[in-house]
Write a protein that binds this ligand. Structure first.
Ligand SMILES: *[C@@H]1O[C@H](CO)[C@@H](O)[C@H](O)[C@H]1NC(C)=O
Ligand SMILES: *[C@@H]1O[C@H](CO)[C@@H](O)[C@H](O)[C@H]1NC(C)=O
Ligand SMILES: *[C@@H]1O[C@H](CO)[C@@H](O)[C@H](O)[C@H]1NC(C)=O
Ligand SMILES: *[C@@H]1O[C@H](CO)[C@@H](O)[C@H](O)[C@H]1NC(C)=O
Ligand SMILES: *[C@@H]1O[C@H](CO)[C@@H](O)[C@H](O)[C@H]1NC(C)=O
Ligand SMILES: *[C@@H]1O[C@H](CO)[C@@H](O)[C@H](O)[C@H]1NC(C)=O
Ligand SMILES: *[C@@H]1O[C@H](CO)[C@@H](O)[C@H](O)[C@H]1NC(C)=O
Ligand SMILES: *[C@@H]1O[C@H](CO)[C@@H](O)[C@H](O)[C@H]1NC(C)=O
Ligand SMILES: *[C@@H]1O[C@H](CO)[C@@H](O)[C@H](O)[C@H]1NC(C)=O
Length: 250
């Protein structure tokens, strides 16, 4: 019975840290916005600071209710948010479809939590996303088809969830992708040949695909690869000779 108090303290600290990071970020954004729009009729500082206070109240409420808790619905109303880090808490429940309200989001992290259920289709509405981090988040099921719209993604960490189905072909059209981490899921089938398009990739990690063998040909033009991990998959072929010198040295 020693664990729960410690968990409360850790979570509380994380939430407080989260808030301060958020608040400082908002103040910087506010200062920038004021610079840009010195003539604006609404004062951006006023809007954003009041929202900071509201957000602080939400997190206090989460803590007061129970740190092993659900995300308060109010969060999904803060539609101006462009960065959100909910990682390393004890958040539970399914991720709300309302996450799709946060259309300005560029960076979202919700890894190391205890969520359940699928990735909401509505995440595919966040077309400005460049970074999404959800390692060990507790989510399950296939990657939604709506994710095909997330063409600006540069960094995707999705390891250690219960993701199933095929790795979608459309990931080959996320042409800005630099990091892709898909280890420790329950994917089936081959690594799509469309991955050959991902020539900006420097970090690719995929493991534990349960069936379906993949050729390594898709690696041929990935001249920026510095980290490659393809353990516990059924792979055929040899590493292409064109592959990046840094990788060949490994
Ligand atoms: C606001 O603009 C001034 C002058 O253009 C610049 O020196 C300052 O760094 C800017 N502040 C922010 C927060 O961008
Ligand atoms: C600010 O408003 C004044 C009066 O409406 C206008 O003349 C001026 O050009 C505006 N400045 C900027 C930077 O928009
Ligand atoms: C979110 O905003 C809508 C529209 O302003 C409002 O009706 C709703 O009650 C808000 N939800 C929460 C949980 O605050
Ligand atoms: C998010 O916040 C956690 C906890 O404060 C931190 O360790 C992590 O580096 C942050 N970023 C990401 C992408 O998780
Ligand atoms: C996460 O959820 C599972 C099942 O719902 C539960 O057994 C486990 O104790 C939870 N872990 C934490 C850290 O809350
Ligand atoms: C958000 O995504 C869902 C599912 O992909 C879609 O049905 C809905 O129309 C989208 N909403 C907006 C505002 O784009
Ligand atoms: C993988 O196995 C499942 C059943 O176990 C099957 O439905 C699926 O078609 C297989 N996929 C491939 C690519 O062989
Ligand atoms: C590769 O990228 C090109 C240009 O962006 C696109 O036309 C093509 O369909 C992509 N191929 C695959 C297999 O995704
Ligand atoms: C790599 O690029 C060359 C030259 O553009 C192209 O001919 C070849 O098909 C590409 N390899 C793969 C696996 O797509």
């Amino acid at each position: 019975m020693a664990a729960p108090p410690q968990r409360h303290l850790n979570s509380r600290r994380h939430l407080v840290v989260l808030f301060f990071v958020f608040a400082v970020g908002q103040l910087v954004n506010t200062a920038r916005a004021q610079n840009r729009t010195s003539n604006a009729t609404t004062d951006p500082a006023e809007v954003k600071l009041s929202d900071c206070v509201r957000l602080l109240l939400f997190y206090r409420r989460v803590y007061a209710l129970d740190v092993v808790g659900r995300i308060p619905d109010e969060l999904w109303n803060l539609t101006y948010l462009d960065k959100l880090n909910l990682s390393q808490n004890y958040l539970t429940g399914p991720l709300s479809a309302s996450i799709g309200n946060l259309v300005r989001m560029q960076y979202i992290a919700f890894g190391t939590n205890n969520f359940s259920g699928p990735l909401p289709l509505e995440l595919g509405n966040l077309t400005r996303l460049t970074q999404i981090y959800f390692d060990s988040a507790g989510v399950s099921g296939p990657i939604p088809a709506s994710f095909a719209r997330l063409r600006g993604l540069e960094r995707v960490w999705a390891s250690d969830n219960e993701l199933t189905g095929h790795i979608p072909d459309y990931i080959g059209s996320w042409s800005s992708l630099i990091q892709l981490r898909f280890q420790g899921n329950s994917f089936q089938g081959r690594i799509p040949p469309s991955f050959s398009n991902l020539t900006a990739l420097s970090d690719l990690r995929i493991s534990d695909i349960s069936n379906g063998s993949s050729s390594l040909d898709f690696l041929e033009n990935m001249t920026s690869l510095a980290t490659l991990f393809l353990g516990n998959n059924r792979l055929t072929g040899t590493l292409p000779s064109q592959i990046s010198p840094s990788l060949r040295a490994m």
